[in-house]
Design a protein. Structure first.
Length: 51
């Protein structure tokens, strides 16, 4: 059973995934933005793995 915290992390992870995909599809993706989004996604994934 997932806690509210786990559910929130999963939702944030999905949002970041969509933002990364959207940024990558732009004609000139901002590499700095992409890198920051990927770092955020990795931190959330690591936190999810610790639970």
């Amino acid at each position: 059973m997932q806690t509210a915290h786990q559910t929130a992390l999963t939702a944030k992870h999905a949002v970041l995934d969509r933002r990364i995909a959207a940024e990558a599809q732009r004609p000139l993706p901002d590499t700095v933005t992409l890198a920051e989004l990927k770092k955020q996604k990795l931190r959330i994934k690591q936190e999810m793995m610790q639970i």
